[in-house]
Ligand binder design. Structure first.
Ligand code: MN
Length: 258
């Protein structure tokens, strides 16, 4: 089993190191990660500039590859042949900060796993719910130990085509984790505020600021699981079709002029 490890925080991120070490007992591990932080970059396919790949090393000396591409580019590069041995499974993370609800569409961590799913590979994204307290105490060891167990489950059971697992772990010591729940996506509440300022030359610029998002901790959702100190394991599908809206939309009086 050849496991590709990537992330959106960059090759030097502590979460990538923790995830890489956690995967080593489970197979042959290759690391290909961005050379800088791509958090909240969404799903990217770099088509209009060349991509560079350089050799790097993780803090423990483990060999890695770094690229100036996005997280999703890392998966594409690896699958398309940068790694000579075929990839069997993709893991992305461990991201500092939960990726729940609508975060899915912004998250570089999750979209790397989406790219893996598009490539037909079992893929998982791991994030640590570091919350909005600004705490610098990050329990990557908890998330890494959980990642190893979740990946082992996927190795045993497989995943359906075009389904990835989005895993979020409470930022707690392992002894305080209540267990795990298979969840659906919850409702994020963004608190973005437009900050408008002037540059030194008198020209306006804008910054999307505001407080960190919160969420509705509804039972059965990822946000609800984290609120109860449970690991959230959410199956995410790439079929974005709003199946429940198909019938209603088809009933509209469609007369598109030609
Ligand atoms: Mn990130």
């Amino acid at each position: 089993m050849h496991i590709l490890v990537t992330n959106d925080d960059g090759v030097n991120a502590p979460g990538l190191l923790a995830l890489t070490q956690a995967m080593q007992p489970l197979g042959k591990v290759s690391v290909l990660a961005p050379d800088r932080n791509w958090s909240a970059s969404g799903h990217v396919k770099t088509l209009h500039r060349p991509l560079r790949v350089t050799e790097a090393r993780l803090a423990d000396g483990y060999p890695a590859l770094a690229t100036d591409g996005a997280p999703s580019d890392c998966v594409a590069l690896a699958v398309l042949g940068i790694l000579t041995e075929p990839v069997d499974l993709v893991v992305s993370g461990i991201n500092p900060g939960a990726n729940v609800g609508h975060d899915m569409t912004y998250s570089g961590t999750v979209t790397a796993a989406m790219e893996g799913a598009i490539c037909g590979l079992p893929s998982l994204a791991f994030s640590l719910d570091t919350g909005e307290t600004g705490s610098t105490l990050y329990f990557y060891d908890t998330a890494a130990a959980i990642a190893a167990q979740v990946v082992a489950m996927v190795q045993k059971n497989g995943l359906p085509q075009n389904v990835l697992l989005n895993v979020n772990v409470p930022n707690l010591p392992m002894s305080e984790i209540k267990g795990s729940l298979v969840t659906r996506l919850g409702l994020r509440i963004y608190r973005d505020v437009l900050v408008s300022r002037e540059d030194p030359r008198g020209k306006p610029y804008y910054w999307i600021g505001g407080d960190a998002p919160t969420g509705v901790p509804e039972e059965g959702t990822d946000i609800g699981a984290l609120a109860g100190n449970f690991v959230s394991i959410c199956p995410v599908q790439l079929d974005f079709t709003a199946h429940r809206s198909l019938e209603a939309l088809r009933a509209w009086d469609w007369h598109i002029a030609r």
